[in-house]
Ligand binder design. Structure first.
Ligand code: NAD
Ligand code: DAU
Length: 379
């Protein structure tokens, strides 16, 4: 079949990437979607079981840092679009091992950019109808102050906002804000964002960057707060709350992020930046209490039976106090809005993890890493 477009989605076996791959493969049967992933500890091909046999989907096991390999793939598949999600994504790991973050997030992004540049510049039409879309994070902006610890009604509530419309300050991250990353993770993402913009400014590559807030939903690796705590509550294991649990994060359902990526990939303005979020701030301790009451209710346990699992532990080094995204530009210019209300999203998420204990057990036992060998190695 002649495909209308051929796009590489990097990091497609990870949490957000798998939702983006699924959306594109299902929604655009006339696009060839290549999932390029190294399958680090965070990559799990079982996340894509439901679409892996679709004719417009292909998986390639490769390291984004392997420049010759990426170049070869660009040419072999005639790639005209890249949605780049592959990264080391966990802040705690970056504090222990910053080198891996610089390698993957900075050098890996540079290798993707350079491979795209060499291939696209070799074509008669050059950069026409090409796109390099880089997925970044709100953490590059640093941390906001918590000026209203009791919480306010958010002035810009969207469907994703909690019924309580929490906001813990009056300032938000906007697209023109100064970059002030604090962790090795956010410093590496900030650096990669700069490289992407430099490739537009220097070579004219049609790039785009988005910075999103914390995602939640199915298929998230259980090192991150929400899946880790759901699984611990289920098994009556302690919940390690960093510091006082007062830090604030702004949560967006992962499928709403994937929908934003679709809209921006197709209609976003070249060389522009969009912040993605749902005006849905939560203190960690409050979200943890919601998780406890939801898990206990869904498992038919007495109300708050597991509240004593909360265990305050040493704070994360350099722990950013508050993140809050202002996504009004994306709403105004491209008409994107979250579709899922937070209370529905969190209920759906808890249910998904409770109903997919096999997925969780495969991840925690390490068995998920055998999936590639059994399904792909000899193809
Ligand atoms: P994840 O850790 O779940 O997945 C990362 C994926 O990248 C994995 O499949 C892994 O195998 C792959 N990968 C890692 N190193 C690679 C390499 N060298 N070559 C090829 N593949 C490699 O991450 P996630 O949470 O899905 O995040 C995806 C992207 O979105 C990241 O760029 C992250 O910075 C960004 N982001 C995440 C969030 C969030 O809340 N999770 C929010 C905003 C932005
Ligand atoms: O803001 C977007 C970012 O969100 C993404 O760029 C990152 O890739 C993603 O991992 C996420 O970063 P956070 O550090 O905010 O997510 P995490 O789930 O690790 O932690 C959420 C909050 O919960 C944070 O304040 C730290 C706290 N926490 C986390 C863990 C894992 C705990 O208190 N205990 C824990 O065990």
């Amino acid at each position: 079949m002649d495909y209308k477009r051929t796009i590489i989605i990097t990091g497609g076996a990870g949490f957000i990437g798998s939702h983006v791959v699924r959306l594109f493969v299902n929604k655009y049967p006339d696009y060839r979607v290549i999932n390029l992933d190294k399958l680090t500890y965070a990559g799990n091909l079982a996340n894509l079981k439901d679409i892996e046999h679709k004719p417009n989907y292909a998986f390639v096991k490769a390291d984004i840092c392997d420049f010759p390999k990426i170049q070869e793939l660009m040419q072999a598949y005639h790639v005209d679009g890249i949605i780049h999600l592959a990264a080391e994504s966990h802040v705690d790991r970056s504090i222990k091992d910053p080198f891996t973050f610089a390698r993957t997030n900075v050098m890996g992004t540079l290798s993707m950019l350079q491979a795209a540049k060499v291939y696209w510049e070799s074509l008669p039409e050059g950069y026409e109808n090409k796109r390099f879309y880089h997925i970044s994070t709100d953490e590059v902006y640093g941390a906001l102050e918590m000026t209203n610890p009791e919480g306010l009604d958010s002035p810009f509530a969207t469907k994703a906002s909690s019924e309580h419309h929490h906001a813990y300050g009056t300032d938000f991250f906007t697209e023109d804000m100064k970059y002030q990353p604090h962790s090795p993770y956010s410093a590496s993402k900030a650096s990669s964002d700069h490289f992407v913009r430099a490739f537009h400014d220097t070579y004219g590559m049609p790039t785009i960057v988005t910075n999103c807030s914390n995602n939640y939903g199915p298929y998230q690796f259980p090192e991150k707060l929400i899946p880790l705590f759901i699984n611990n509550i289920r098994h009556h294991k302690p919940l390690p709350v960093y510091g006082k649990g007062e830090n604030v994060r702004d949560w967006l359902y992962v499928e709403d992020h994937a929908r934003a990526i679709d809209v921006i990939f197709h209609r976003g303005k070249t060389a522009d930046t969009y912040n993605i979020g749902g005006f849905n701030e939560w203190k960690n301790i409050d979200i943890i209490k919601v998780l406890i009451s939801t898990v206990d209710r869904l498992l038919g346990r007495p109300e708050n039976a597991d509240i004593d699992l909360i265990t305050y532990v040493t704070d994360r080094k350099g722990h950013d106090m508050r993140y809050a995204i202002d996504s009004r530009k994306l709403q105004r210019e491209l008409g994107w809005e979250p579709s899922l209300q937070f209370e529905e999203g969190i209920e759906k998420t808890v249910r998904w993890y409770l109903d997919h204990q096999d997925w969780m057990d495969n991840v925690t036992s390490g068995d998920y890493q055998k999936y590639y060998d059994s399904m792909y190695k000899n193809r």
